[in-house]
Write a protein that binds this ligand. Structure first.
Ligand code: ADP
Ligand code: MG
Length: 249
């Protein structure tokens, strides 16, 4: 674990959401640093995806606070949270299958918020360069003119990560990014995350423990909406509370 003290990018404090009285996330607090890769693990139904839904504004919190830098996210709309610098990838890739890889990335390029920015958008050199730069990062330089629908499942996952990266988010949230990937694709994804962490923070939900071990700076274990354990992979793996929850399933 790193010893250097950095600022917190994300501060989740006593966060709770209740669905008809059922607390899917229950009084949860955790803090993510600059350039940290934090992984959230936990059994199915632990509330992992709901935590990301709360942070990105898809689900309103019942109580508690989510601070991103100095902004309170629980007061903000989903699109405002994106503009503040939070990018979120869902469990299933949401790409345009009929468009090429290039076009998918181009569409995600931030165009400014003005009417003119949105309407008079040209495929200028800046966009071309940025698309090519991102394509290289996500191992798709040789697939730019291919329809996204023809990519492998793993390549589709990378494309969606690229569609977030092109917006240069300060906090990138990924829900099970290596699900359905081959072993070599998992290794490349770990390498990708370690490369893109410069200047940002990453929050990942993942089940693949080998992958978690490869990438996590810290691990937060969720169980029934509450934090069960937190620390290095080594620490949580040897925590009797964690062992009990995983062996009990
Ligand atoms: P995980 O991602 O850890 O598997 P989830 O966050 O998807 O778990 O779900 C946690 C619990 O909250 C589950 O019991 C799920 O059924 C419930 N849940 C999630 N979203 C909603 C919702 N919008 N309405 C009602 N219950 C929900
Ligand atoms: Mg989930």
């Amino acid at each position: 674990m790193r010893t250097e003290v950095k600022d917190f990018v994300l501060t989740v404090d006593r966060l709770t959401v209740s669905f008809d009285g059922f607390k899917a996330v229950d009084d949860l607090s955790f803090y993510v640093e600059e350039e940290e890769i934090r992984v959230i693990i936990g059994p199915n139904g632990a509330g992992k995806t709901t935590v990301l839904d709360l942070i990105c504004g898809k689900t309103p919190a019942s109580s508690g606070s989510i601070k991103f830098r100095n902004k309170e996210l629980t007061d903000m709309a989903e699109n405002e949270i994106v503009h503040a610098g939070v990018g979120r990838k869902f469990q299933n890739p949401s790409i345009y299958e009929d468009l090429t890889v290039f076009e998918n990335l181009e569409l995600s390029f931030p165009r400014g918020h003005g009417v003119f920015g949105a309407l008079v958008f040209k495929r200028d050199k800046e966009v071309m360069d940025r698309v090519e730069e991102i394509a290289a990062e996500i191992f798709l330089s040789n697939h730019l003119q291919q329809p996204a629908g023809l990519l492998s499942h793993g390549q589709k996952q990378w494309l969606e990560i690229g569609m977030l990266l092109i917006q240069d988010p300060d906090l990138l949230m990924l829900d099970e990014p290596v699900a359905g990937m081959s072993v070599s694709e998992r290794v490349k994804t770990a390498e990708l995350l370690q490369r893109i962490i410069k200047g940002r923070s990453v929050l990942v939900i993942e089940h693949d423990m080998k992958f978690v071990e490869n990438i996590a700076h810290r691990v937060t274990v969720l169980h029934q909406g509450k934090m069960l354990s937190e620390g290095s992979m080594d620490h949580v793996q040897n925590d009797p509370k964690v062992v009990e929850v995983y062996l009990g399933h």
